[in-house]
Design a protein around this ligand. Sequence first.
Ligand code: PAF
Length: 285
Amino acid sequence: MVIIDTVAGMKEYVAAIKARKETIGFVPTMGYLHEGHLDLMRLAKKLADHTITSIFVNPTQFGVNEDLDKYPRDMEGDKKRSESVGVECIFAPTAKEMYPRGYATYINLEGITNTLCGISRPTHFRGVATVVVKLFNIVEPDFAIFGEKDFQQLLVIKRMVKDLNMKVQVVGHPIVRESDGLAMSSRNKYLSPEERKKALILNKSLKHARELFKDGLKDTLKLKDVISQMIASVQGCVIDYVEVIDAEDLSPIKTIKDKALIALAVKVGTTRLIDNTVLGEQLRL
Ligand code: PAF
């Protein structure tokens, strides 16, 4: 497996693959890889001739008071983990390589970024969209795989790829959970054992809402209330948002017809966790 840290080096690596008319499956990450990331890589491997991942803790997607400096990093472990699932190349640039002196171009999406995480993290999706476009331009993937835990991120990237007429096929992968139901996330590392237990309320409340929906509850306000009350009853859990909205464009809905997204962001202690489920789709909790 090769590790490349320059844009020029990566472009050269990609050019050789393209010259052979072979395809690239790409998994962009911020590292500290867990089983969820590895599943994305496994899928990339199935879809394309070559699997490339990027490990880059992208500063532009972190707000001023967020966890950029303490974001967990483990390059040595990440190399081993990605190699174990067949990744052939890791692109691991520095922030200076990606945003050299004088850097001035950012990608902004309207509408879809003004809700859910976009409210409490107003510059987040601008940073995500910018880095993802840059990575796509450097890696030129045929397929790019993203986890559905960041459901809004996946929609933002799909929208952007469509709007900018990009060639890459964006593929979503279902949330990967721990055996007790907690959605896998690099940020779970911040949780103390006690907080880790409290964090299970996210998945439990989603499961409960699915049951209520199955039993006929279609009113989004009522569903939102039940979930909010469950979460708020756990000491130390502070809701950022609970929304039951359209799963295609994240617009508000009053009554669910056949499908809706429940999306949650909750602070457990000082750690902000997100989770979601799509009602009307097969259970993935
Ligand atoms: O989901 C992530 O890990 C990041 O937001 C991404 C897509 C790698 C962009 O930095």
